[in-house]
Design a protein around this ligand. Sequence first.
Ligand code: C2E
Ligand code: MG
Ligand code: MG
Ligand code: MG
Length: 294
Amino acid sequence: YAAKRSGRASYKFYSSDKDGSTRRLSVTTRLRRAIDAGDIQVEYQPIYDLESNTVAGFEALARWNDSHLGPVSPEEFIALAESSPLIDDLFDLVLHQALRAAVDWNACTPRSVPDDWRPRRLGGRMISVSINVAARQLHDPRLPSRIIAAALSVGLPLDCVMIELTESAMMDDGPTTQGVLKALRDAGMGVVIDDYGIGYSNMARLGELSTERILDGVKIDRTFIANLPAQQATTLVKMFLTMTDSLGVAAVAEGVETAEHLQILRGLGYHYAQGYYFAKPMSALDATELVCGN
Ligand code: C2E
Ligand code: MG
Ligand code: MG
Ligand code: MG
C-alpha cells in the first residue's frame, strides 16, 4: 500500500488497485462533491498572435485541488467526467468563470495591432476565451443555447468565444453534431480543432468543415512542436501549415517551449502560438494584469 498523494504518480493510489477501478471510483465520487461545492478553478494560458505580437486570447483550463487526493490532473478527471453526465456540470462551472474573466480582459482598451494586421478570427481585436468542449457534449442540442445564455448574462460578445474540440469529436458528421456546430457558428462563436494530428483524421471532413465555414482554426498537437527541429517534425509542421492555409483557417501551435520552436514557427508563418515559452496557465487576475496592466 503505497499512497502517493500528488502529481501523476497518484494514479496508482492503492497497490492492490490493479485495474485502477478503486482510484476511478474515489476520484469520481470526490469530483462530484467538488463540482457541487463549486470547488473547481480555472487557469488561463495566453495564445499569442504572431503577426501583431499581442495576446489574442486565453485558453481556459480546469484545475482541481482536492483536499484528500491533492491536485488531480485534468487528463485524469476530464476523462472520468467525460464518460458521465458530470461533464455537463463541470463545463458550466468552467464556462461561467471563463466568460466572466473574459469580460475583465476586455474592459481595458482593445488590443492595439499594426495597421496592416488582418484579423483571422481568433477574436479579432477583442481578447478571446477558448473553452474545451468534450466530444459527448456535441451530442447535446442544448449546448449552444447554454453558452449563448451564459455569455449574454455577463455581457460578453459571442465572437470572442472560441470552442476547442478534438479531432475525433469533429469527425462525427451525424445530424446532431452537425446542428450543434452550425448553431455555435451561427451565434458568432469560433470553432477550433484541438490536438490535431494524433487522432483519427479525415481530410474530406476537414474540407467540408471549412467549406461550410464552421472551422476557424486548427491547433497542431504539441508532440510535433516538441520534436522540432528534427527533420521529420519540421516536415510535418510545414505540411500542417500548407493544409490550414489552403483551407483558409488559422494555424495554431501549442506546446511552444523554446525560443528555437518559436523562431521556426515564425519563419514558416504560423499565425498563433501558445506554450510555456510564453507563459504557463495563470490565474484570471494575472491574465487581466497581462493584458490590461502596464
Ligand atoms: P489541451 O486542451 O490540449 O490543453 C493544453 C494542455 O497543454 C494544458 O494541459 C496545458 O497546461 C498544457 N501546455 C501548455 N503549454 C505547454 C507546453 O509548452 N508544454 C507542455 N508540455 N504542455 C503545455 P492541462 O491543463 O493539463 O490540460 C490537459 C487537457 O485536459 C487539455 O488539453 C484538455 O484536453 C483537457 N481539459 C482541461 N480543461 C478542460 C475543460 O474545462 N474541459 C474539457 N473538456 N477538457 C479540459
Ligand atoms: Mg485545448
Ligand atoms: Mg491542445
Ligand atoms: Mg491535450
